[in-house]
Ligand binder design. Sequence first.
Ligand SMILES: *Cc1c(COP(=O)(O)O)cnc(C)c1O
Length: 388
Amino acid sequence: MAIRARPGLKRATIPFNELSLAGREVELVTEAIEAGRIGASGPQSLRAGEILREEVGAERVFLTTSCTDALEMAALMLDLGPKDTVILPSFTFVSTALAFARQGAKLLFADIEEETLGIDPKSVEDLLDDGVRAVIPVHYAGVACDLDGVERVLMGTDIDLVEDNAQGLFGRYRGKPLGSFGRFSATSFHETKNLVCGEGGAFFVNREEDVDRAHVLYDKGTNRQAFMLGLVDKYSWTDLGSSFGMADLLAAYLLAQLEERATIMTRRRSIFEGYDALLAPHADSLGYRTAMVPSDRHQTFHMYYVLLEDNATRNRVLASLREHGIQATFHYVPLHDAPGAERHLAKRTDCPVTDDISGRLLRLPFFNGLTKAEVAYVAETFLDVVAG
Ligand SMILES: *Cc1c(COP(=O)(O)O)cnc(C)c1O
């Protein structure tokens, strides 16, 4: 197929992701530098953390150096070790597993639901045994997984829920913010996410009784927070912990993004709807499907994916799009049979839906600066390529 002309397109290739400033990033970073406060727990962190706490309705929020770090805080808070097992989806980023494996916990990989690509409560139910201490759902593409289903399976147990909400910040399930369902939750401000600051994340504590210890783990295992509040007269090493805190230099950048969160979300919504208007009508006739968002969920417009007919078609379409200068991409390679998972498994599990979806999924370029003309070019090229 000939390369299509691109009237009005300013880029030779359309990247999968591209950074753009939302507003006062440079101003606030400069402010942090001029104030001489660039380390963790500074004024910009406090402001950014307060916005996040209010939006999610959490008890306390700690800005971290990454979502991976926030998940590690969760694993530490739960004192997980080699006798403990966590259940998590196989269809997720490696960090969801790594944070718990690193703590010595054993992993049980669950399969996902066809509809939302979130963890399947039935699969969780099948895997439950006496060693299970936590379940880690992921809200894939910022669409809530079946949280009611998961909670129903866990009812009457003392198994904790930890949400990997890297993609679901500002999403909702039956009206309630994602990130507020788990005992803990984690989100990401990695440069590929909806809101960014280079590298960064946040750890959400949803129970009052966990707040004091979270401060200690966050402050490298010391009771620094109690000291700052004048509750103890010196501060010392009291527990485990690490250097989890996000630098105020980056928190300043994040705060600027948070100030513009409504604009960013509106922008992403219009990109998603732009794609959907062009692609959903042809899905049946061309043999692919687009994302399904159940009516009781507010998604976050984190990405636009399509599921092609089979793996060969996905790979062919991906390669053709790239020839047309469109950096589409696949997504997660399943974790349940990844080489790195082997020695951390509680036992081997089969995840047939994950295997199938992983082979057929394709993500289109999606970032805040993507123009209407580019969305149209990508969508039209996709339609041509799929039709062959
Ligand atoms: C991006 C992502 C992470 C990791 O986030 P970092 O901030 O890069 O550590 C973890 N889980 C999921 C589901 C993600 O999408």
